[in-house]
Ligand binder design. Structure first.
Ligand code: GDP
Ligand code: MG
Length: 597
């Protein structure tokens, strides 16, 4: 295609503001799919993505649009992942485009997630086309939201387009704006190949599919490509575009977005953001900004039934085929037996993997307390990265510990401000900024990541009745007074419940855990002390009193079948228990105990 007639754009929107619906409309209007082919929401295809309304993979669609000026344009639409865990993937998708379509729900307004992504787009000099969606709703206030976009984001919204992705009003104007406002891509077909690896995934028929944006040069079937970060070389065996169906093409030139396959075995062999060039005629330098993916949150995953260990291992391998951004290694726990220590991009990523293991692989799992990566500076001058509280070195050998901090942006209606401020303060937050746009407050807070990973987002949603939105960026490591909180049941430490906490929180956290465990662990024939301790110092304690009678005693010997039933029930219950020392802990107790209140 001619460069002047190409437009590449990313869609930026907060969850539920209508990104997928609008994308479908654009596809339909350009004749990409007939009505019958048009399955509801072509983008967001993975089941969990669809249910949760989030995009994880950067999907793309090539549209052909006959504009009012009589010319036919190629529009490459790129859907961006809509969650903080995938911020790096968002940055790469944006880099693959020259402009962004900013979709804001005209009945809701700008949200934190929109803000983070639109700032990224502005930073890389994107032309931003704002769209006010859902104007068919009686609650829509396009004029107010137009002013809010100007006040909060600081871009000119005077030409923001009122749209209803539902009825189709304004969709033609959106297509025209894309053609007239966005710049055409630049690039030189005669230079050596330089393309960005935007994303990759595993396709059961094609193997690893790589989504690319060509900057310079031409990509063709048969060419031997080279990935610059790894040095790996592969002959390209397929070149295509998404129309949105996968459609083979001869080649991809400068400014074009499409896919290739090249006999790559695993998604883990490709790195988002890497530069692809031609092996025998490589480009001089790689694209800037490449970052290898890095796990932020770690936790242990153990099969509820120990017999499922091999099945869990196979399932993790299968998931990793398609998601190179999570990692795992075998681990054993005294309490939970054999399992895996896994690393994730963030909490949502963790939940998605957990949910997929449950749904697609039928695995019932016990998850240990999620942990961030700490930097432990030891007295001998060495530095250790700590992913698992169980591996914490002896405190006498520790000089100090550093923990990761984030900068969080929270947007909310001002009536909930008080409770959100309290939540942030309780989590050791440092307020950096508080501004208003109408009746919405925008808060910027610095927070330690370990206070956020577990349940901050759930708490934020609940104290704001669902109206707060949240986004964060990792900021830096800072020294913190962190201690390992151990939980002892019947005087034995339960490794799966150990966690690193700030000293000021240790007692409250410890008391909460002990109280919950007291309710969760069934009474047994003897008294069970439950303690929370820092080193040898007990900071909280509860006792489960002894059970006095045998469970079958109340059957008075007579009813044999009833007695048998009871014993059977007990036996079934046992399977779901972990014996610890002499104490049996129901496996749900681990999960429940870790939920903070
Ligand atoms: P996404 O999360 O940004 O992809 O949002 P979706 O496209 O999934 O839309 C979220 C919800 O808003 C869905 O129930 C849509 O049917 C609805 N929706 C999207 N656009 C419009 C619109 O223009 N008007 C109305 N009334 N509803 C819309
Ligand atoms: Mg969607």
């Amino acid at each position: 295609a001619k460069l002047e007639n190409i437009r590449n754009f990313a869609i930026i929107a907060h969850i539920d503001h209508g990104k997928s619906t609008l994308a479908d409309r654009l596809i339909q209007d350009c004749g990409g799919l007939t009505n019958r082919e048009m399955k509801q929401q072509v983008l967001d295809s993975m089941e969990i993505e669809r249910e949760r309304g989030i995009t994880i993979k950067a999907q793309t669609v090539r549209l052909e649009y006959k504009a009012d000026d009589g010319e036919t344009y190629i529009l490459n639409l790129m859907d961006t992942p809509g969650h903080v865990d995938f911020a790096y993937e968002v940055s790469r998708s944006l880099k693959a485009c020259e402009g962004s379509l900013l979709v804001v729900d005209a009945s809701q307004g700008v949200e934190a997630q929109t803000l983070a992504n639109v700032y990224q787009a502005i930073d890389i000099d994107h032309e931003v086309v704002p769209v006010l969606n859902k104007i068919d709703l009686p609650a829509a206030e396009p004029e107010r939201i137009r002013r809010q976009i100007e006040d909060v984001i600081g871009i000119d919204a005077s030409e923001a387009i009122p749209v209803s992705a539902k009825t189709g009003v304004g969709v033609h104007e959106v297509l025209e704006a894309l053609v007239t406002k966005l710049p055409a891509p630049k690039g030189d077909a005669n230079k050596p190949l330089k393309a960005m690896l935007v994303d990759s995934w595993y396709d059961p028929y094609l193997g690893v599919v790589v989504l690319v944006r060509v900057m310079d040069g031409v990509m063709k079937k048969g060419m031997v490509m080279k990935m610059m970060a790894t040095g790996a070389e592969h002959p390209i065996d397929r070149v295509g575009i998404f129309s949105p169906k996968k459609t083979p093409v001869e080649s991809l030139g400068p400014g074009e977005i499409g896919f290739i396959t090249a006999g790559i075995k695993e998604v883990a062999d490709t790195n988002v953001g890497d530069t692809i060039t031609e092996a025998k005629k490589p480009c001089a330098e790689a694209l800037a900004g490449f970052k290898p993916s890095q796990s932020v949150v770690f936790c242990g995953l153990f099969p509820a039934d120990a017999a499922d260990f091999e099945h869990l291992r196979d399932s993790l391998h299968k998931l990793r085929l398609n998601d190179a951004s999570f990692e795992f290694e075998a681990e054993s726990s005294a309490a939970l037996g054999f399992g895996f220590r896994c690393g994730f991009l963030g909490m949502l990523h963790l939940e998605i993997i957990q949910e997929r293991l449950y749904r697609e692989f039928n695995l019932d799992l016990i998850t240990t307390s999620p942990s961030v990566v700490y930097k432990v500076h030891k007295t001998d001058g060495t530095l250790e990265e700590l992913h698992n509280p169980a591996d914490m070195p002896d405190p006498v050998r520790i000089a100090h510990i550093e923990e990761p901090w984030i900068e969080a942006t929270i947007m909310l209606p001002d009536e909930h401000l008080g409770s959100v401020l309290k939540l942030c303060e309780d989590r050791r937050g440092i307020q950096k900024q508080l501004t208003y746009a109408g009746n919405r407050a925008m808060l910027i807070y610095e927070l330690p990541l370990n206070e956020v990973v577990y349940d901050f987002y759930d708490r934020l949603k609940s104290v704001s009745r669902g109206y707060a939105s949240f986004d964060y960026q990792l900021k830096e490591y800072r020294q913190g007074d962190l201690v390992k909180l151990s939980i002892l049941v019947n005087a034995e430490p339960v490794d799966a419940l150990a966690m690193l906490v700030h000293r000021s929180q240790a007692e409250t956290r410890g008391r909460g855990l002990c109280e919950r465990l007291k309710d969760l662990i069934p009474r047994q024939m003897f008294k069970i002390p439950i303690q929370a301790a820092i080193g040898g110092k007990v900071v909280a304690r509860e006792t489960i009193s002894a059970l006095r009678k045998d469970v079958t005693a109340k059957c008075y010997g007579g009813d044999v079948s009833r007695k048998r039933k009871l014993l059977e029930k007990q036996k079934a219950g046992k399977k779901r228990m972990r014996t610890y020392g002499k104490v049996e802990i129901p496996h749900d107790a681990f999960i429940a105990a870790l939920k903070m209140n």
